[in-house]
Design a protein around this ligand. Structure first.
Ligand SMILES: [Zn+2]
Length: 69
């Protein structure tokens, strides 16, 4: 399953529904802590950006600032 989609502009996005799937799978692993490594695609609900970013590991979504350490 490809969870990352590429927009025509070349940006990487993830659908909200896919983030929800990731979160569910992560919880089934026991919901371990995640420091959200790597790139965080923009979260989209269908064709619209939610303004949030998504962790491709655990499915966490939140404001871009919440990924900064
Ligand atoms: Zn994460």
């Amino acid at each position: 399953m490809d969870i990352i989609q590429y927009t025509r502009k070349g940006g990487v996005i993830m659908q909200m529904s896919e983030a929800a799937e990731l979160r569910k799978a992560w919880k089934e692993k026991g919901d371990p802590p995640c420091d959200h490594p790597g790139y965080h695609p923009k979260e989209y609900h269908l064709g619209t950006s939610t303004g949030d970013r998504v962790c491709t590991v655990c499915g966490y979504s939140g404001h871009p600032d919440s990924f900064k350490k």
